[in-house]
Design a protein around this ligand. Structure first.
Ligand SMILES: N[C@@H](CCC(=O)N[C@@H](CS)C(=O)NCC(=O)O)C(=O)O
Length: 214
C-alpha cells in the first residue's frame, strides 16, 4: 500500500514531509485534511493524532505523527534510495541531531512568529502587528549570525553533506520571503546555503503543489 500523508499542501509541517518524500523518491498519496472545517479536531482524526494537528502518516497501518519524526522515519526506511539525508556513524549522526535541534530551537520559533504575524494572521481575519513582526525578525537575525559562523566553515548545517536538518528550514524560510522579509539573503553564507537548498527540484515540486492547492 502506498504511503498516505494526511496533511495539507499549505501547511508548513506537511511541506517538511513532502520535500523529504520527494528527495527519497517515495511514492505517496497526499490526503488533504479539511482544515477549514476542522476535520483535524474530529474524533476520527484525534484517534490517529491526539493533538489534533497535521500531518500524520499511515504507512501500511503504521501511524506516525510529528513532522520531523516522520521525516526521520522515511529517511531511515528508504536509506538506500534517493538523496542520503541521514548520515551513518556515531559522530556524523550526533552532528545531524545538533543541526536539527538548532532548527527547532533557534530558527523555527522566531521564523514562525514572523510568518504567523504577517502571513497567517490575515488568513485568520486577524490584524497583523508590524512591531511584533519586526521583533521576531530581530531575534531571528541574531540567531542567523550564528548560522553565518557555522556556514562559513561548512557547506551545510551538519557538515559538508546535505541532511534532513537543512531541509527542515525550507517551509518557514520560504514563507519569510512571502511575508516581505529578505532576512535569508542578508548574510553571505546563509544566503548561499538557503539559495542552494531552496532551488532543489524536490522543493520546486512542493512549491508547485502549494500553488496548485491555493
Ligand atoms: N510539531 C508538530 C506541529 C504540528 C502543527 O502544529 N501543525 C499545524 C499545521 S502546520 C496544525 O495542525 N495546527 C492546528 C492546531 O494546532 O490546532 C509537527 O511538526 O508535526
Amino acid at each position: 500500500m502506498v504511503l498516505k500523508l494526511y496533511g495539507a499542501a499549505i501547511s508548513t509541517c506537511s511541506q517538511r514531509v513532502l520535500v523529504v518524500l520527494r528527495e527519497k523518491q517515495v511514492p505517496f498519496e497526499l490526503i488533504e485534511v479539511d482544515f477549514a472545517n476542522r476535520e483535524h479536531k474530529s474524533p476520527e482524526y484525534l484517534a490517529k493524532q491526539p493533538f489534533g494537528q497535521i500531518p500524520y502518516i499511515d504507512d501500511d497501518g503504521f501511524i506516525l505523527y510529528e513532522s520531523r519524526a516522520i521525516c526521520r522515519y522515511i529517511a531511515a526506511k528508504y536509506a538506500d534510495q534517493g538523496t542520503k539525508l541521514l548520515p551513518t556513524g556515531l559522530k556524523q549522526n550526533a552532528l545531524l541531531e545538533q543541526a536539527a535541534s538548532i532548527e527547532q530551537s533557534n530558527f523555527e520559533p522566531s521564523a514562525y512568529g514572523a510568518v504567523f504575524e504577517k502571513l497567517f494572521k490575515p488568513l485568520l481575519a486577524l490584524v497583523p502587528d508590524q512591531t511584533v513582526f519586526e521583533e521576531h525578525l530581530k531575534k531571528l537575525d541574531a540567531k542567523l549570525d550564528a548560522y553565518e559562523v557555522i556556514l562559513s566553515k561548512q557547506k551545510y548545517l551538519a557538515g559538508d553533506q546535505i541532511t534532513l536538518a537543512d531541509l527542515f528550514h525550507l517551509p518557514y524560510g520560504t514563507y519569510l520571503a512571502q511575508a516581505g522579509s529578505n532576512i535569508m539573503e542578508t548574510k553571505p553564507n546563509v544566503a548561499r546555503w538557503f539559495k542552494e537548498i531552496s532551488s532543489r527540484p524536490s522543493w520546486e515540486a512542493v512549491k508547485t503543489q502549494i500553488k496548485d492547492a491555493a
